[in-house]
Structure formats: C-alpha cells, structure tokens
Design a protein around this ligand. Structure first.
Ligand SMILES: NC(=O)c1ccc[n+]([C@@H]2O[C@H](COP(=O)([O-])OP(=O)(O)OC[C@H]3O[C@@H](n4cnc5c(N)ncnc54)[C@H](OP(=O)(O)O)[C@@H]3O)[C@@H](O)[C@H]2O)c1
Length: 304
C-alpha cells in the first residue's frame, strides 16, 4: 500500500510517499480501505516533533481520523462486516505513529470505529472524531450543573465549533469568538454572541465558564469569573489560585458510544462541520503547507 510517512522531523518536505506492506488485521481488528483522513494540528505537531511525551523517531505514520470501507475482518470482531462504511479515531497518543491514517489501508481496532450513517459523505465524516470527542469531553470536564454562560474561543475551528453547538444543545448561553472574517460561520452555529477575534473576550463581563479551544491563554484567563471554570485544549498558564478558578486541560479519549452519537448528530444536521479543501494523499506535504499558512475555513482532508 501507499502511505505518507514522516521520514524526517521538521518541515512539510519530511512527509514522503512510500510503499509499505499491506497491514493484516489481527484479532479484534478490521482492515480499512481509507477513503478520507483529516489533517489535524496534532499531525503537524508530530511532524515537527513537538508533542507530549517527546518526538516520535521517524519514520512514522501521522493521522488520527479516518473514514473508509471495511475490506477484511479479523477474529473476534462483531458488529462490523466487510463492505461497511465506517469512521473512527486512531488513538495516536497510544499508537504514536505505528498505526496512522495517512495510508491506503489501516488495520484498526474495531473499537475505534463506528458505522457512517447513510447519506453522510466519508470526507465530511472524517472531520468529526477527534474534534467532536474533544469538545464532548471538555464539556463533560466542565461539569456545569445548570445552564450558564459559556465563552468558547475559536468556534470557527473544529473543537470550538462542535463545543459551541453541544453547549447550546445543553441549554447554555454561548458567547463564541471567531477568527477574522469567519464571524458568519460562527453566527450560523446559533451562538448567542459572536466575538470578533480582535475584540476583548471579557467585554461582556466575567464568564462563569470558559472553554479555551484555540487556546488563547491569557485573554481567556482574564475573561473567566473568579470561582468559575476554565478548560483549555492545551496547557496554558495557571490562573492565580486566589481566584478559585477550577482549571483543567482536556485530553481526548476513545468513546465509541459518544462517537456514534456525535457522527449521527453531524449526519442529521444537529452538529455542523466543514471541509476547506481535499488533497490527494500523495500531496500530504502540500496539505501541511496549506494548513500552516492558516486562515482555513474548515478542515483539510487527504484522499488516498
Ligand atoms: N487536548 C486534546 O485532546 C486535543 C484534541 C484536539 C485538538 N486539540 C488542540 O485544540 C486546538 C484546536 O484544534 P482544532 O482542530 O479545533 O483547530 P482548528 O480547526 O485549526 O481551529 C482553530 C480555530 O481557532 C481560530 N483562532 C486562532 N486564534 C484565534 C484567536 N486568537 N481568536 C479567535 N479564533 C482564533 C483559528 O483561525 P485561524 O486559522 O484563522 O487562525 C481556527 O478557526 C489545537 O491547539 C489542537 O492541538 C487538543
């Protein structure tokens, strides 16, 4: 099979298209013919070698979120069959590139995957797992006992956009920041107030709950109310302890029932996602360059 591996740490040119032996599904695994794999900030971080736990020595396979078709089934797999369209999250924090999505074939644990609902494009489905599961988990971590005002940063992005919708559906009032010239998309999420990127996050007064999805760090710390809750997607500075802010960093985790529900919500329009552009797998380096140029309107997706 063809795969785009990181052969040297550093710039996008370190991504190389290579021929690898076809993986064979072990017990509990299925073989997936990948139709779409999402490009995430975590892939770029792995490529440059700046990830929690330290750099992974090349060569390794990037890629968390895959959608495709089951083409073979290992022993002891129930509930998934050959021909089924599935989407899922490779837990890259565990595989650290020994298994990754930038490939034509992936031997994936059946537990990582859920069926794609009829009518949902695999390219769109591939934008869902990592970001939606992170958003879900962040809100769970916040553990807000009753509807409150939640400030979400970067709702123009994957995690922030999913979190904003999920928070609205949970009954919260959502104020959300958008990147420059992307306020319309964030407004279309149905949030109560759209905050332009250049505006003061604290302008509406201290927020009882802040999800710093970007994360922006200091402006989010300034916006959270004393005694409130602040969750970020990466570590940020600690809040002054005298302010009694409950502060946490979300870490995605595999959750098949939650993934199934989240993918279903995208299929029926309760959650919104968007694809900025697709690239052939052979142009993975080009896709990384496009990602690093910034100001995307949605996700980049590789097509093997
Ligand atoms: N801890 C975990 O388990 C976990 C899981 C998934 C993701 N993450 C992290 O979460 C973060 C978001 O990931 P993502 O996939 O959602 O990224 P994304 O889709 O690129 O979204 C980020 C969004 O924030 C916008 N933005 C950047 N700076 C901003 C600012 N100052 N004010 C308002 N908006 C701003 C970006 O716009 P521009 O592109 O125009 O700058 C983009 O629209 C990343 O740091 C990622 O590594 C963590």
């Amino acid at each position: 099979m063809r795969a785009a591996v990181v052969s040297t740490l550093g710039g996008p040119e370190g991504l190389e298209l290579v021929e690898l032996p076809d993986p064979v599904p072990a017990r509990g695994q299925v073989l997936l013919r990948v139709r779409a794999v999402c490009v995430h900030p975590a892939d770029i971080a792995a490529r440059v070698g700046q990830i929690p736990g330290g750099p992974v020595p090349p060569p390794f396979l990037p890629g968390w979120d895959v959608a495709g078709e089951v083409v073979a089934v290992g022993d002891d797999v129930t509930g998934l069959g050959v021909g089924e369209q599935v989407v899922g999250m490779i837990p890259w924090y565990l595989t650290r590139g020994s298994v990754g999505g930038y490939a034509e074939l992936v031997a994936a644990e059946a537990d990582w995957l859920v069926p794609i609902p009829a009518g949902l494009d695999p390219v769109v489905a591939a934008t869902v797992p990592l970001n939606a599961l992170t958003a879900r988990r962040a809100l769970d971590l916040m553990d807000l006992p009753k509807p409150t005002r939640l400030l979400v940063t970067g709702a123009s992005g994957g995690v922030g956009g999913f979190a904003a919708r999920l928070a609205l559906q949970a009954g919260h009032t959502v104020h959300a920041s958008a990147t420059t010239d992307d306020e319309e998309w964030v407004s279309g999420l149905g949030v109560d107030v759209v905050i332009p990127r250049s505006a003061d996050l604290a302008a509406a007064g201290p927020a009882p709950a802040v999800l710093d999805a970007v994360p922006v760090g200091e402006p989010a710390i300034a916006a959270v109310a004393d005694g409130g809750v602040l969750v970020s997607t990466r570590p940020i500075a600690p809040v002054d302890p005298t302010r009694r802010v409950r502060q946490d960093v979300v870490l995605v985790r595999l959750d098949r029932p939650a993934l199934s529900e989240l993918v279903g919500a995208v299929a029926d329009g309760r959650l919104l996602t968007r694809v900025a552009a697709t690239f052939p797998l052979a142009d993975a380096a080009e896709a990384h360059r496009r990602f690093e140029a910034g100001h995307l309107r949605g996700k980049l997706v590789l097509i093997p």
